[in-house]
Design a protein around this ligand. Structure first.
Ligand code: TRP
Length: 329
């Protein structure tokens, strides 16, 4: 069976953008692949090193969100990055294979630096600039062939492939060059109309949001600015609320678009209907989340078992790496 690996930074709970961008893909693929899901606490600390509490508080939230989405702990292996020191070791060795200018050119790192100007106003840390190397180690320590992620992660995979390629060329064939597996859904917009739903942007619906919270959030969502009154002609294709209708209410989406354009359907009504669709879509996920959350010792066991299995796998890789790098004294 081939292997996939993916991960989430535990900087907050996961939202419906994560669900359609990545969670549902991994849930689907767990039947066909050896599946590893990493809670990337070490990576999260690269831009939250001053807020260790925040990362700690969210590790198990992210585990619960993965279980809520349908990850089956009997099939998939869930583990915590910092508890697999082999990944840190591999990161150090990979550091020799990447230049600083290559890291500075990584588009994902670049746009994140733009957003985090104040954190790095005294200069960019070595840890943050180097996190693509650590992410390559996350993937390659497991010899994963494929990585289910959102499109924003493609530059990370490109770097991982370059590192694998260079390692193989110097030390002999060891690593596969991993490819991305993208979700079939278009990227979900934020409730405020921005291109992305983001934990740090305060424009998300979380998997664990209660019905009343979902209703409130949907009510405040941005719509077509030209549709002020119910009878105004709406433009569904530029409306964030309509983009959610297409996902959560696919069977009625055509009618909704028509009624919006002809002034038959107003935004208030449209949003009320959408909120109910999201609430009922999330209900079985929330039921699963609650089922696990009321037995946290069991959840901790799942993670402990997963981490032990992850370490076993990375230990095997590291034995081979040390042999190839001639540091197997
Ligand atoms: N960088 C990813 C994100 O921000 C999280 C991540 C960490 C990851 N390690 C990974 C994704 C390995 C895929 C594979 O969402």
């Amino acid at each position: 069976m081939s292997t996939i690996l993916t991960g989430d930074r535990p900087t907050g709970r996961l939202h419906i953008g994560h669900l359609f961008g990545s969670l549902l893909t991994r849930v689907k693929l767990q039947a066909e692949y050896d599946t590893y899901v990493e809670v990337a606490d070490v990576q999260a600390l690269t831009d939250h090193f001053k807020q260790p509490e925040k990362i700690k508080d969210n590790v198990y939230e992210v585990v619960l969100d993965n279980l809520a989405a349908g990850l089956d702990p009997h099939r998939a292996i869930i583990f915590i990055q910092s508890l697999v020191p082999e990944i840190a070791e591999l990161t150090v060795f990979f550091g020799n294979l990447v230049t600083l200018s290559r890291l500075e050119r990584n588009p994902t790192v670049k746009s994140e630096l733009e957003q985090k100007k104040s954190l790095f106003k005294g200069g960019v840390t070595y840890g943050f600039l180097g996190y693509p190397i650590s992410q390559a180690a996350d993937i390659l320590a497991f010899k994963a062939e494929a990585v289910p992620v959102g499109a924003d992660q493609e530059p990370m995979l490109e770097q991982a492939r370059e590192i694998a390629h260079k390692f193989n060329a110097i030390y002999g064939k060891t690593f596969p060059e991993p490819r991305a597996i993208f979700s079939d859904f278009p990227r979900l917009k934020g409730l405020d109309g921005s291109v992305k739903m983001g934990k740090s942007l305060d424009n998300a619906i979380y998997l664990a949001d209660e019905p009343a919270v979902i209703e409130k959030k949907v009510k405040t969502a941005v719509t077509d600015p030209q549709k002020v009154r119910r009878h105004d002609v709406g433009h569904p294709l530029i409306c964030p609320v309509y983009s959610y209708q297409q996902i959560f209410n696919a069977s009625q989406a055509k009618t909704i678009a028509h009624d919006c354009q002809t002034g038959k359907l107003g935004c208030v009504e449209c949003k009320a209907c959408l909120a109910q669709q999201i609430i009922s879509y999330l209900a079985p996920l929330q039921e699963r989340r609650a089922h696990y959350a009321q037995d946290m010792p069991k959840v901790r066991d799942i993670v402990r078992d997963g981490t032990a299995k992850a370490r076993q796998r990375t230990r095997e890789t590291m034995e081979e790496v040390r042999e190839k790098m001639k540091i197997n004294y």
